[in-house]
Design a protein around this ligand. Structure first.
Ligand code: PLP
Length: 362
């Protein structure tokens, strides 16, 4: 059987060939440890620093980039760094588990206040005024939601957090390179494999003047914040992925918008979850009467797509994001997520829709 049509870009994205080319020499020929003082080490360090510059080019000004193993670690590092601050934590109700669980786990002595979303999956700013505590250590709201693609009012929420004495963390995993990150945030977490880079590497951007509290001690790499030998191959790959994302931003956006239009027509009988305006076009989360998404997933083997969030699926837990929208039970159990992007063709969407619609009617 041929490979399934890949429509799960929120779970992970295909490696860009230029990313692969940037990584290959570091896996095959070059052996320097970027923390060694000799020529080979310096060559590796230069590669790491160039990658760091590429990541920073899509971040707000006035901060630094710390490499991590992925966004989960970056989020944990930001949250842990705020545990010594006075005040409570706040997070949008539709954050990734990495945010909710890091806040609950590292902030055991703090209350965690949830910021609800409206039925369209966008943070309710009126409710946030009441629900964000006046005495705040850290608030976290993502740029683009991973399950429903809604874009959150991050700039306004960061202002609100600052007025209450808190810092602001933006999980930009799904929006980095696609949606501009407001420049008033304090921390930004990103992950390479969501932008056509390799798995196993991410980064935390932190505003100058904020002190990070290490989670990992050892050789003192990453300015003493995150010990462990960096992988030049992974750094080079992530850096190249960011460079391409910046260069191709308009082209990618136009391609994704065209694909979304094809998907809108191909899935015309389905209802969309989340705002139709305030969203990243490469995420289509839809439901339809009479569909059992788990059954659909197991029937349609030649399309790789997802029911709810790939991270939560398999856990048996109903999606906290879809629940936060106040969906009916019918909508909750029939929702599917299709994610597409740079390497998806219009024909992929049409073919996938044929398979999915045929099985859904079956
Ligand atoms: N945040 C969001 C919004 C995500 O979609 C993901 C991954 O699915 C993560 C965080 C965790 O990223 P990583 O796999 O790099 O730890």
């Amino acid at each position: 059987m041929s490979e399934p049509i890949y429509l799960d870009y929120q779970a992970t994205t295909p490696i860009d060939p230029q990313v692969y080319a940037a990584m290959e020499p570091w896996l095959r020929d070059k052996l320097g440890n970027p923390h060694s003082a000799h020529k080979l080490g310096r060559e590796a360090a230069a590669t790491v620093e160039l990658a760091r510059d590429h990541l920073a080019a899509l971040m707000p000004a006035g901060g630094k980039v710390i490499f991590t193993s992925g966004a989960s670690e970056a989020i944990n590092l930001a949250v842990y760094s705020c545990t010594g601050r006075d005040g409570d934590f706040a997070a949008s109700a539709i954050e990734h588990a990495a945010v909710h669980d890091a806040m609950a786990g590292h902030g055991r002595d703090k209350a965690l206040h949830m910021l609800n979303v409206k039925a369209d999956g966008v943070t309710d700013m009126v409710a946030a005024q009441a629900d964000m505590p006046q005495h705040l250590a850290l608030a976290a709201v993502m740029l683009v939601n991973n399950e429903i693609g809604t874009i959150q009012p991050v700039a306004q929420l960061a202002d609100m957090a600052h007025r209450r004495g808190g810092l602001f963390l933006c999980d930009a995993v799904q929006g980095y390179g696609r949606v501009t990150i407001p420049d008033n945030v304090d921390f930004v977490a990103i992950s390479a494999h969501k932008i056509h880079g390799p798995k196993g590497i991410g980064a935390l951007w932190v505003r100058d003047g904020i002190t990070l509290r290490p989670l990992i001690y050892g050789g003192g790499q990453e300015q003493g914040v995150r010990s462990g030998t960096l992988s030049p191959a992974l750094c080079a790959g992530m850096g190249m992925a960011a460079k391409i994302a910046k260069e191709r931003a308009q082209q990618d956006a136009a391609h994704v918008a065209a694909l979304a239009e094809v998907a809108r027509k191909a899935f015309a009988d389905w209802h969309i979850n989340g705002s139709t305006e305030q969203r990243y076009a490469g995420n289509v989360n839809i439901w339809r009467d009479g569909v059992d998404s788990a059954h659909l997933l197991s029937t349609v083997r030649n399309v790789a797509f997802s029911a709810g969030s790939a991270c939560a699926s398999g856990s048996g837990r109903p999606s906290h994001v879809l629940k936060a929208l106040g969906l009916s039970k019918e909508a909750l159990t029939s929702s599917i997520r299709l994610g597409f992007g740079r390497f998806t063709s219009e024909n992929d969407i049409v073919q996938a829709a044929n398979h999915i619609n045929a099985a859904a009617k079956g």
